[in-house]
Design a protein around this ligand. Structure first.
Ligand code: SF4
Length: 384
């Protein structure tokens, strides 16, 4: 079982906090051709395994017309292990969308494609906060877009929110969560704002024009998020991801569980179960066969990197780390090391240890200090 991610590196306008690779260029044609070509070039990457999830991310996939999306889906249909017609093995096909792209006509035609899950980048329902991070939509457009998608037949909808935005308060954050719950999505992802180096927002912070959320406020926002969403019937299956029962994102869960995936498009990462590789974050490079191949970076994952990745991706999920599996995958010194490092957090109640199933995960209490716990459990080769 594997997944395919396609990175659509186009945005109508750049948001002030974002450091994902994308361009505001308008011509999609060379990109579509290159995606179809890359799918052909990499037919062997996943060894013919069944594709269960497909994810259109970006950038802004909803900047693409239905005809353009169809061309890419046609390319996917020829990929081994993908069958998007009839009894398809693809269980989840997600497309990221911006609210202002989701017009009545666009959503109506989108329902004719095999996409069965929408991830809508809302970030906040406060117009002044949305303006400050230069999002294209306002709160009304976001609310209307979600309702429209539901009315026209999409029942599996995820909403993205960001907390800790400059100018936000406990009251605005509570209002955002309340509004998100009222829209009754199946899934909510909520991440704390990160001031990524080189972004306009980070420059404003460096010039003293805005201030960063205080640590105690950030902890409080996270606490409110968990309390409100759990009370509303969402389950916390990863530190920043909440789903109604049965609606966890299969695609993202497979990243956290170490399942192989193929990443297509500029800057997209791939993992074949052993090593990783990624394309250059450059549309021009990507669209020319020779420079696309030359632009690939390959990374051999050492046992230490593998161990650290298991910590980073799995400890914060509800599934935690299976230590029996860890011992099968890695030298037993890592098992000894993690057990030694985890002991004080098990005693303090920040980590939960299931002796019968040999499973380690972060407790609800430990979630508030998860970064510290993970860095303490990480391996420095000489210590492991
Ligand atoms: S947040 Fe999304 S829409 Fe905004 S610039 Fe980044 S990728 Fe584009």
């Amino acid at each position: 079982m594997s997944g395919i991610y396609i990175h659509f590196p186009f945005c109508k306008r750049r948001c002030a906090y974002c450091d994902f690779y994308s361009t505001t260029q308008l011509d999609h044609t060379p990109f579509i051709g290159a995606v179809k070509q890359e799918l052909i070039e990499r037919t062997d990457y996943l060894d013919g395994s069944t594709i269960e999830t497909i994810y259109f991310g970006g950038g802004t996939p909803s900047q693409f017309s239905i005809d353009e999306l169809k061309q890419i889906i046609d390319g996917l249909n020829h990929y081994p292990g993908v069958k998007l017609t009839g009894k398809s093995q693809v269980k989840e096909f997600t497309m990221e969308c911006n609210p202002d792209d989701l017009t009545e006509e666009y959503v109506q035609t989108l329902t004719r494609l095999p996409i069965n899950r929408l991830s809508i980048g809302i970030q906040s329902f406060q117009d002044d906060l949305l303006r400050s991070i230069t999002r294209r939509h306002d709160a009304r457009q976001a609310i209307d877009a979600v309702n429209r998608c539901k009315r026209l037949g999409f029942h599996n909808i995820s909403i993205d929110l960001i907390y800790g935005l400059p100018g936000s308060t406990e009251a605005t954050w509570r209002a955002d969560i309340k509004q998100a719950i009222a829209l009754n999505p199946t899934h909510i992802s909520a991440y704390h704002l990160i001031y990524e180096e080189g972004t306009p927002l980070q420059k404003r912070l460096a010039h003293g024009e805005i201030t960063e959320a205080k640590e105690e406020d950030s902890i409080r926002y996270f606490q409110i998020l968990r309390e409100e969403l759990l009370q509303a019937g969402f389950q916390a299956y990863e530190i920043s991801n909440f789903a109604k029962p049965g609606y966890e994102s299969r695609h993202n869960s497979s990243y956290w569980q170490g399942t192989p995936y193929l990443g297509i498009g500029p800057s997209a990462h791939s993992y074949d179960g052993q090593d990783r590789q990624w394309n250059a974050p450059n549309l021009k490079t990507y669209c020319v066969h020779q420079s696309r191949i030359e632009g690939i970076t390959k990374e051999i994952i050492t046992p230490e990197m593998h161990y650290n990745e298991i910590l980073l991706t799995r400890l914060r999920t509800k599934w935690g780390i299976d230590l029996v599996k860890l011992e099968q995958q890695l030298d037993s010194k890592y098992l000894t090391y993690i057990k030694k490092q985890a002991q004080k957090y098990i005693t303090s109640g920040d980590l939960l240890w299931d002796e019968v199933n040999q499973n380690l995960r972060i407790s609800p209490k430990g979630l508030f200090i998860s970064d510290g716990i993970i860095s303490d459990l990480m391996s420095l080769e000489e210590e492991a």
